[in-house]
Write a protein of this length. Sequence first.
Length: 135
Amino acid sequence: MSAESDTAAVFVDVTYRGLKVVHKARFRSEGKGGFVELETPLPVGAIVQIVETEGAAPKDARVVGVVEHEAGAKSPPGMRLAWESAAVQAPAVEAPVEAIDDTDMAQHSGPVDSGASASGDGKKGKRGGKKKNGR
């Protein structure tokens, strides 16, 4: 790339999590990323997709800096982006889940009394009171 093409502005579409954030935003390429002008920039760390021309494959980029909208600011508001590398885009491999052998669990858990009251008073789970139908 020439130095002139690094600073030339193009217009791009920006999407975030499948939602279009902006259509035809001004984008200046800067080395391994760029700057996209946007009134309401996304937070640092957000992964966005940049499409330079209609029908082109989107490029993933990470927001690495934000310029907020301020009165009298010398630069427009927007997001500084860094292109994501192929290593970062690779899906994470989940660690294998180790099976737990619960055969020893019954030996260590102690006795279980299924009829005990939840109140801890030692009585069975039945309620006191009058018997119905004379029983």
